[in-house]
Design a protein around this ligand. Structure first.
Ligand SMILES: [Cu+2]
Length: 118
């Protein structure tokens, strides 16, 4: 696990290289980053860094993490391309978006993720 996290960071910092795990932090009542762009087949891991329970719940019922305790995490693999909106079911103002692409995503394209959604 630690190795995967390191590889993800390295892939983001450099170029090319597919990565298999994207981490989203839950911190300060926010999903960080709020927008994520990944290729299909990639796993997303949410880790709760707040001191209260949150969830990562699909807006359309595709998945529900259930309660993610403080310091806890939840993982889900996205095998199908599409745009997935989600939220925390306890806090209405906690939206998140995962965009899953058919084709590999260049890590360097992360910077334009926000633009993609506007
Ligand atoms: Cu919450």
């Amino acid at each position: 696990m630690k190795k995967l996290v390191f590889l993800t960071a390295a892939a983001l910092a450099c170029t090319a290289a597919a990565f298999a795990l994207t981490e989203i932090k839950i911190q300060g009542f926010k999903f960080v980053p709020q927008y994520v762009l990944i290729p299909k087949g990639e796993t997303v891991q949410w880790t709760n860094l707040d001191s209260i329970i949150h969830t990562a719940t699909s807006n359309t019922g595709v998945w529900d993490s259930g309660d993610i305790e403080p310091t806890g995490s939840y993982k889900r693999k996205f095998n199908k391309a599409g745009t997935y909106l989600y939220h925390c079911k306890y806090h209405a103002e906690m939206p998140g978006t995962i965009r899953v692409t058919e084709t590999p995503v260049e890590p360097t394209s992360y910077g334009r993720v926000k633009a993609l959604f506007r």
